[in-house]
Structure formats: structure tokens, C-alpha cells
Design a protein around this ligand. Sequence first.
Ligand code: ZN
Length: 297
Amino acid sequence: MMRELDALFERQARNWPQFAAGLAGLARARTRRVRIDWFEVFIRHIPHRMASTTAAVDRESVARRPCFLCARNLPPEEEGLPFGDDFTIYCNPFPIVDRHLTIVHSEHRPQRIANQFARMLDLAAALTGYFVIYNGPQCGASAPDHMHFQAGSRVLFPIEKDSLNLDGITIPRYARNVFVFRGRDRSALVNRMEGALDLLVEMTCKGPEPMVNIAAFYAGGEWTVYLFPRAKHRPQVFHTGELTVSPASIDLCGILVVPLAHDFEKITAEAVAAIFREVTWPQEQFNQAAQKLEEAP
Ligand SMILES: [Zn+2]
């Protein structure tokens, strides 16, 4: 699997000009760290992310455009690697991190995590050295109409280091509120994640699924899953035009994407912390959920 994936990257870099341009863009990306409290966030300036950061994902806009994840609409140079009979792995032509992948369901069906947790864990286990992410249809997925995951290299994956020596289900004083689930038993972990999702639905009464971003990786026989419950899609500074940022899973895991150079220069640690606080669940609601999840069998 990993050898085939390496070969796919090599071939696509050679044969697919748009992907080669994406790799060149990532190679030019500037990154700087800001320290917030006890942890750091990596701010990454990537101009080629502008379209994703500002994408219109409302129902009408999505219905008007051809689906860019359906196999029949892909550029002729784009090649995939099957994962089971339900997903195909592609190289992402607008990479944020090294080895950025898009993992697309074979059917054009809405972005929903229900009944897909097990597949997400399978992907994490198969992709050695990678993280796998899911962005909810209303909080980060630029194709809310077509089920997909993304993945990327864990060479830079700040949240992994930040949560290394914690055994609780939360990361205290982390600006963004996040649940952490670990386990070696696949079906037990799937049950816990489904239970958590049910609880979030119950607490928000929002359908078709609560706003969440999820990241997972597998190392040493154990999965680690980060579940970010979202309060809103985009922060106020996006709407006022102060900062063009629209956080999704990768941002919340500690790599904040800024497509504009002047945002990259001016964004402060305080601004990043405020954005993280604003887009994830407020403290009191989060604490209530954490208490229930800790008590859950
Ligand atoms: Zn589609």
C-alpha cells in the first residue's frame, strides 16, 4: 500500500501539471510559529488555498457547480489508488502539508460521518505515518455533496505532540476545545465515537449531523482520534475581512492556513487563540459533554 502510494505521488508529480504546481506552491509556503500559553501553532502562508478558504459551500452554489470529486469530472491526468471497493485515494493538487491526499467515496453521496468511522480508522491504520481527517459538510468540507476524507504526513502534526502525555479525554488550556479518544479495539472505538456524535446531536438538536472536524492516526497498535465540536463555521474576522482564515481540521490540529501574505505578517497568537475559541464549543457546554463522555461505559 505505502509503496504503491509513493509510486502514485511520483507519477502524478511527473504527469499532472496542476499537481506539480501544487507541490511547487507548498515548497514555497512560508511557515512561522506562534506560542499560545504552553503550545505552539504553525501559521502557514499558502496562496493556492485561497479558493478553498473562501469557497461558497451553501446549497445553491454547490448545486450549480459540477462535482469536482466525481470520477467523471476529474482532470484526465489525475489517477487514483483504490482503497477497498468504496474509496479511492488521490493526490491533493492544493496541498497544505506534505503528502496531502484526498480520499473519495466511489458514489456521489453527501458528506456524512455516520457509518464511516470504521473506514476512517481503517484508513488511519493503512496509511503509516499519516493522519486522516474528516471535515463536516458545514464546517470545512469544500465538497459537502460528496463524501471524502483527507490525509497527510504526520511529520508536521502539532496536536500529536501536544497530547502525547495526556490520558484524559480533553486537552486542557488548548484554546480550541477537543475530545481525544484512544483505543486498540476498532469496534469499541467506533462505538465510542458514534456515542460521542449522538451526544453532540442531543446537545445541539442540529441535523443532519453536528458540526465536527475529526482527525485520527494509528501508531504502535493504537488509534488516536481528535473530535472538535464546532460552534460556527467561519470566525467573525473572516466576515469583516480582517483575516481571511476559515479553520477546518488541519488548522485546528495546529497548522493554520493563511492564503494572504499580509495576514501571514500580521496575525498574532492572541488572534489565533480567539479564532480557535470562537469556532469550537464554548467551555461550559464542552465541559458538560466531556463529563458525560467520561462517565459513558
Ligand atoms: Zn461527486
